[in-house]
Write a protein that binds this ligand. Structure first.
Ligand code: COA
Length: 186
């Protein structure tokens, strides 16, 4: 592990990342910042494009309908409302001023739910998701959250397990996994 100075939404700070991960992010010049209300349309495009082109591949037959229904009401107005809600914390990743990924944390007392994490197709597999998660986890710790939860799409289960989440099984309609991470353990 190597320490690097990084500009986060909470100012410049020291963060430790594996060398490989630092190299990728230097090459891509990805910047991270707190989401603004004016970002809602770009964020919605990232969400819908990422869901359709990456996640949907893991859904077949009758589950594809359930998947599509979930995204019908995820309009730019929906995103705007989530950005206006003070219980939500949203961070965007930008490449040359274009939003290429975002993460959203919903806070409910000591529990936090990762309500959304999406990377634009073409940018996946370059550590952007992991860096967004790292920043939101840091925010969750600052907010005294002790447990993070997520309803993971079928494609992302292994990814979240790598981040330390424990799989509590499928939700009733089989379209997502219930995962959780006890923050006091990490
Ligand atoms: C899942 C997602 C957020 C991961 O973000 P990312 O920036 O692509 O992931 P990273 O580059 O940080 O990946 C870190 C590691 O996880 C692996 N990984 C990424 N996506 C994975 C997946 N779906 N399954 C298994 N491993 C995965 C990477 O290969 C990498 O492994 P390595 O460290 O051994 O090289 C992103 O691919 C995405 O937006 N997917 C579509 C939307 C989605 O499913 N979101 C989750 C909704 S709950």
């Amino acid at each position: 592990m190597t320490a690097v100075a990084e500009n986060s939404i909470y100012g410049t700070r020291q963060v430790s990342y594996p060398l490989e991960l630092i190299q990728k992010s230097i090459n891509m010049k990805i910047e991270f910042e707190k989401a603004k209300l004016s970002h809602h349309e770009e964020i919605q495009t990232v969400m819908q494009t990422s869901a359709r082109e990456i996640s949907r591949k893991a859904y077949h037959k009758e589950l594809a309908d359930t998947f599509d229904k979930f995204y019908i009401d995820k309009t730019s107005d929906y995103i705007k409302q989530t950005l206006e809600n003070p219980n939500n914390h949203t961070i965007v990743a930008k490449d040359d001023d274009r939003i290429i990924g975002f993460i959203q944390l919903k806070v409910n007392k000591k529990n936090g739910t990762i309500s959304h994490l999406y990377i634009l197709p073409g940018y996946e597999g370059n550590s952007v998701g992991t860096q967004l998660f790292s920043l939101i986890k840091e925010r969750a710790v600052q907010l005294n959250i002790t447990k993070l939860m997520i309803e993971s799409t079928l494609n992302a289960l292994t990814y979240y397990e790598k981040l330390g989440f424990v799989n509590n099984g499928l939700i009733s309609d089989g379209s997502a996994y219930n995962l959780e991470l006890e923050l006091w353990r990490v």
